[in-house]
Design a protein around this ligand. Structure first.
Ligand SMILES: Cc1cc2nc3c(=O)[nH]c(=O)nc-3n(C[C@H](O)[C@H](O)[C@H](O)COP(=O)(O)OP(=O)(O)OC[C@H]3O[C@@H](n4cnc5c(N)ncnc54)[C@H](O)[C@@H]3O)c2cc1C
Length: 499
């Protein structure tokens, strides 16, 4: 079977079978995960199934860039290894989809061909040592040469550092004045070309995701003119479209990971006898497991929603509310699920060779990269409060009832949300509010999934779990707190002086 013929369920089944074979029979993923990287024979066997064909258009020999297929592959991979899933996530959302949508037609065939036939990989370079969250102020620059562009700068923390065959590199135009333009442009870099080598200055000792190399890169390359991505309007809007689509694919990586945490936790709690019964018979354990199960339900609903709205034919530049909600909420749920599994597993969970133990460190940076969650939550709150002010509707419940992304779910919070939003909200309260809104938007997806026939008992449990979490967050939002750090706190604060 070539990657493009056959149904997706056949394709997925064969991919899952390969993962089972390489990670559980030929090799042991728990042992492989102790080392950095992945033996090339293992990677090569996985890539022989051409999993990335899901993100390549049909006319270029791929399976057609359908979101549900991309998420299906990400989920299958993350059930076994979050690192492997992120490796695919980087290739799909940060390279192949942007190429499909924005690259010059003349360069696409060769790139896609190398992904389909030569197991090539690609990543995205945005972050610089001095500009992470503040990416718009990046210093990597480009200027036109006779027949193309010269791109120069320093980037760091790129997933697949030293490994990717291709990069997309973000940079700003060097103006005649010597200053840098405000827009951001992206250039393809083919590291197999003489003038397009990226120099890896240092490899980082990333604390998790051992399979993926990260590091510090010097960019000093010359590329042909048609290696510049072609935005529909501005480069910044193109970047937002790319990043929002990527954020909407996080649920694919979350899906398999959360399901694995749930499956492992249930099996463990069934079998582990403490005192007179198994862990499953304890009320607190039931509470913890129900939280992972609620995460499973939310993540499933996000995948369904993302499949509907995040294809490359949609422009997502203006869809920050949904993209930020999906990314921030699902990554919080991934981290929480790993923590619960480790806690329930007791001491044995605290090992890198334990899927929960490494799950904590593997899922942790998902809350940091592609927009730190605090930043995304405050953006969510800003988007909503801006609309409220524009509509002169300051009562949260009244607004959310009429706002499409929250209208269905807000009916579960009639008492809690009946308050007015003030004109000035501190940043810490914006983050609380964004967390609340992100969860209401996510619950809306769950209700949408229920309408399509998803299990009602899972949905009912999920509603109760989200209600509890939102109640806690509302408590935090209303609590008057403006505590500031005391920087010279060591003066007169050593406990030894007071004994
Ligand atoms: C595992 C991993 C993989 C990555 N992969 C890539 C990649 O493939 N390509 C790439 O280009 N980059 C990648 N990055 C870089 C990543 O996108 C940046 O680390 C991220 O954007 C944060 O930038 P920074 O590290 O400079 O932190 P800073 O910008 O210094 O922010 C530090 C912290 O300050 C707080 N903060 C900052 N701004 C705000 C705000 N507005 N509101 C509230 N709090 C705020 C947050 O807590 C934030 O985490 C990766 C990073 C990691 C850890």
């Amino acid at each position: 079977m070539t990657p493009t013929n056959g149904t997706f369920s056949e394709f997925l089944k064969s991919f899952e079978e390969t993962l089972r074979l390489v990670f559980h029979e030929k090799e042991d993923i728990n042992q492989l995960s102790l080392e950095r990287g992945l033996p090339s024979s293992v990677m090569s066997e996985i890539m022989s199934k051409v999993p990335l064909s899901v993100a390549i258009p049909k006319q270029h020999g791929g399976r057609g860039s359908l979101v549900e297929e991309c998420l299906g592959i990400l989920a299958a991979a993350s059930y076994e290894s979050l690192s492997l899933s992120l490796t695919f996530g980087i290739n799909i959302a940060l390279f192949l989809e942007p190429i499909s949508k924005y690259a010059n037609e003349a360069v696409k065939n060769d790139i896609f061909d190398r992904f389909l036939k030569k197991q090539n990989m690609g990543g995205l370079m945005i972050t610089e040592p001095d500009y992470g969250s503040d990416a718009l102020n990046m210093k990597t620059s480009f200027r036109e040469t006779g027949n193309g562009y010269k791109v120069q700068g320093t980037k760091h923390w790129q997933g697949l550092t030293g490994w990717a065959d291709y990069w997309l590199i973000a940079s700003r135009k060097e103006l005649d004045s010597g200053e840098l333009g405000r827009d951001i442009d992206f250039f393809i870099c083919d590291t197999s070309q003489e003038k397009q080598k990226i120099v890896v200055e240092e490899l980082y000792d990333n604390a998790g995701l051992y399979m993926i190399p990260y590091g510090l890169n010097t960019v000093d390359i010359e590329v042909p003119a048609n290696y510049k991505l072609e935005p529909e309007t501005t480069g910044i809007k193109m970047m937002l479209d790319i990043l929002h689509r990527s954020r909407m694919q996080f649920p694919g990586m979350g899906m398999g990971f959360i399901k694995r945490m749930l499956d492992e936790a249930i099996v463990h709690c069934k079998n582990r006898i403490v005192g007179t019964g198994n862990l499953l018979s304890m009320d607190q354990v039931q509470f913890q497991l129900s939280r992972i199960q609620s995460a499973y339900t939310i993540c499933s609903a996000m995948c369904a929603r993302s499949s509907k709205i995040s294809g490359i034919d949609h422009n997502l530049a203006g869809e920050g509310l949904e993209a930020n909600s999906m990314k921030a909420v699902v990554t919080d749920l991934m981290q929480e699920s790993a923590h619960i599994l480790v806690q329930l597993s007791g001491a044995n969970g605290y090992k890198i060779s334990h899927v929960g133990g490494r799950g904590i460190m593997d899922s942790r940076p998902f809350q940091i990269f592609e927009g730190s969650n605090e930043m995304l939550y405050s953006q969510i709150a800003e988007m909503v409060t801006r609309l409220m002010r524009k509509q002169k509707q300051l009562n949260l419940l009244e607004f959310l009832k009429d706002f499409k992304p929250t209208s269905e779910a807000s009916q579960y919070f009639t008492n809690e949300f009946s308050f007015s939003i003030s004109n000035t909200i501190s940043q810490r309260k914006l983050v609380d509010l964004g967390k609340i809104l992100g969860r209401i938007v996510s619950l809306g997806y769950v209700l949408e999934l229920q309408e399509k026939g998803f299990r009602k008992d899972l949905v009912d449990n999920c509603i109760d779990t989200v209600k509890l979490e939102v109640a806690t967050l509302i408590g935090s939002f209303h609590f008057d707190n403006n505590v500031q750090v005391i920087e010279d706190y060591t003066e007169n604060s050593s406990w030894l002086k007071f004994v």
